[in-house]
Design a binder for this molecule. Structure first.
Ligand code: SF4
Ligand code: SF4
Length: 197
């Protein structure tokens, strides 16, 4: 069977379309209108999607993942027990922890460790939040509401333990709302020394 050929007529163009000038004039008119409106018009009339950072900033959403912080206990020590769950979960391998034991006269000795070294490479971090999810102690959070400030120095992006402990949450607190049950405290859910380990 012979193929049926359907001929489609090429759409014609007017002279005005072929010289492009009216369309260019229309585009320029639109651009100039926006320019004058956004530069000299009242603020309520402006249609600007960008902000003049850093003088102006946008409000981040409540669940925005900002730079990390290490939460503190009420005595100011880190809640972190150096279990390495966060560094194990981290897909970017940007958390480095060196655990250490408390002194023998400390009630936490034998129960928990603490991070002698805790660093996060914020430049390598992909802000996935897995470290926060993995932490069993609510010791690491990304609720600071801050993004990494720009810098030309590589070392400025390596946050050590003291830096991480010195960053408050968005509410200004260094603690968390989750209660912390210390070893020796009757509310502590784990074993105690009298009953053995
Ligand atoms: S947010 Fe993700 S990439 Fe960044 S430190 Fe945590 S686990 Fe690693
Ligand atoms: S921050 Fe949390 S998950 Fe990471 S080592 Fe400390 S206690 Fe473990």
């Amino acid at each position: 069977m012979a193929a049926v050929v359907k001929v489609i007529k090429k759409p014609g163009r007017t002279v005005a379309e072929q010289v492009y000038l009216p369309e260019i004039a229309k585009g320029l008119g639109l651009a100039m209108g926006r320019f004058f409106k956004n530069t000299f018009g009242p603020k309520s009339m402006k249609e600007i999607a960008t902000v003049k950072y850093p003088e102006e900033t946008v409000e981040y959403p409540e669940r925005f993942r900002g730079i990390h912080r290490l939460t503190q206990r009420t005595d100011g020590s880190p809640r972190c027990v150096a279990c390495l769950c966060c560094s194990t979960a981290c897909p970017a391998q940007c958390i480095h922890i060196e655990p250490a034991e408390y002194e023998p006269d400390d009630p936490r000795y034998g129960y928990e460790r603490f991070p002698a070294v805790f660093t996060i490479d914020e430049l390598r971090c992909i802000f996935c939040g897995y470290c926060v999810e993995a932490c069993p102690c609510d010791a690491i959070r990304m609720d600071t509401g801050m993004h990494m400030p720009p810098s030309t120095r590589r070392e400025h992006f390596i946050f050590d333990k003291d830096t991480l402990l010195s960053i408050p949450g968005r509410d200004g607190s260094y603690l968390t709302a989750n209660p912390r049950h210390e070893p020796g405290d009757p509310s502590h859910p784990g074993v105690d020394r009298e009953r053995g380990h």
